[in-house]
Design a protein around this ligand. Structure first.
Ligand code: G3P
Ligand code: CA
Length: 258
């Protein structure tokens, strides 16, 4: 039986079945009952927070070059779905150019569109010092808050970059922050706790029950990422993690329910 509080977070939206980090992927997650959504934010050259994973445009858009060197105008002119080859979980649309009109959303558009509807797990992907402050201003402007439970709408912050988390904690002290890393260690727990993180997020394929106990001694909750297989999913679940990001939340739900 699945743990009752194991939260499945649609990774970059329902990204096995629609192009990652687009409204198609976010909407598909919500349509299937997954209101916990993870996405990646970084800055354009003119300082707008946009939702894209890679540090270059090449893989997921019709553009090329670093995101940090591209203007918002250029990014807005690109398509962000024609590369997509899915769906893999049986629910996304099929056929050539099915997602030909997908584009890269801005954080602001996302916050407007899904206000009150989504529990957003926002990853500060890049390292620009002003990223956290810009995200904080938008989160404040649109009134997104810490959710009272995973099922409620709201927002939390994560990053692989400790210095980004530290800056983010300063401008958004009221939100939960989680440190993304490969594997939990005593040093990582100490560093995360020192800067005021409430969570630590290891790779699913490496997490252990002992790691989770260690994190809990530092008052850090644990959710995982990087689920590639049923084995990874079960490992995270059985070790006692509170949840995980996953590209195929529907399949994960079926696996956990069986
Ligand atoms: O859930 C965290 C996960 O998104 C981190 O890895 O590379 O998919 O951003 P990545
Ligand atoms: Ca991410």
């Amino acid at each position: 039986m699945p743990a009752p509080n194991f939260t499945l977070i649609a990774h970059r939206g329902f990204s096995s079945d629609a192009p990652e980090n687009t409204y198609d992927a976010f909407d598909l997650a919500i349509e299937h009952g997954f209101n916990n959504i993870e996405t990646d934010v970084q800055l354009t050259s003119d300082g707008t927070p946009v939702l894209i994973h890679d540090d270059t445009l090449d893989r997921t858009t019709t553009g090329s070059g670093p995101v940090a060197k591209a203007t918002l105008g250029y990014i807005n002119s690109l398509e962000a779905g024609i590369w997509f080859e899915g769906p893999q979980d049986g629910v996304g649309r099929r056929g050539p150019a099915t997602y030909g009109d997908s584009f890269v959303p801005t954080l602001e558009e996302f916050l407007q569109r899904y206000e009150g509807n989504v529990n957003l797990h926002l990853e500060l992907k890049s390292t620009e010092p002003e990223l956290a402050e810009k995200a904080a201003a938008l989160i404040e402007e649109y009134g997104w808050k810490k959710p009272s439970s995973p099922a409620e709408s709201g927002v939390s912050i994560s990053s692989f970059h400790l210095e980004q988390l530290e800056r983010s904690r300063q401008v958004m002290p009221h939100l939960d922050h989680g440190f993304l890393l490969q594997q939990i260690t005593p040093e990582a727990c100490e560093a995360a706790a020192r800067i005021g993180c409430t969570g630590i997020y290891p790779l699913a394929g490496k997490v252990t029950a002992e790691d989770i106990a260690l994190a809990q001694r530092h008052e850090l909750w644990v959710r995982t990422w990087g689920v590639r297989s049923e084995e990874d999913l079960m490992r995270a679940h059985n070790a006692g993690a509170a949840g995980t990001t996953v590209d195929w939340p529907l399949r994960a739900q079926k696996i956990l329910g069986s």
